[in-house]
Design a protein around this ligand. Structure first.
Ligand code: HEC
Length: 124
């Protein structure tokens, strides 16, 4: 009798440890991922409203004649041009000079480069 109760307690303890372990992973992993891709998080907080998740442009972006960030017209520009563009803005596109640091602008331009590969619709 006593032994069975002991086993039961041990079993519950390891289940608890496993649950705790999973909880820690769930909390720690997304935080780490965000840190590694600050360009992506800048994009999400500052650019998605007009440019959309995939860079193709939201309905609101389209009324402002947003550029398709996946397009060769944008992707063929140099990093320096895109950095200057994001800093100073152009037509309906606001400049982010005062809002983002140089590092953040650099990171978000690097992120814009990843949209081209993802948006390669040729294969679909
Ligand atoms: C208020 C809406 C809006 C927001 C927010 C916005 N954009 Fe734009 N973006 C535009 C519009 C409109 C254009 C097209 C401008 C033009 O060429 O007339 C554009 C164009 C661009 C281009 C193409 C430039 C070129 O000429 O090739 C890039 C790159 C770009 N945006 C990056 C960003 C990034 C990065 C962010 C976030 C930091 C951002 N945009 C936030 C509206 C926006």
């Amino acid at each position: 009798m006593k032994q069975r109760t002991g086993k039961q307690t041990l079993h519950n303890t390891s289940a608890f440890v496993v649950a705790l372990f999973i909880a820690v992973i769930l909390v720690v992993l997304p935080a780490g991922a965000q840190e590694n891709s600050s360009g992506a998080s800048v994009y999400k907080s500052k650019c998605v409203t007009c440019h959309g998740q995939d860079g193709g442009g939201t309905a609101m972006g389209k009324t402002l004649q947003v550029a398709d960030l996946r397009s060769p017209a944008v992707q063929s520009k140099s990093d320096a041009e895109l950095i200057q563009f994001v800093s100073d803005g152009k037509n309906n596109m606001p400049g982010f000079k005062g809002d983002l640091t140089d590092d953040e602008i650099h990171a978000v331009v690097t992120f814009v480069r990843t949209l081209a590969a993802k948006g390669d619709s040729q294969k679909k």
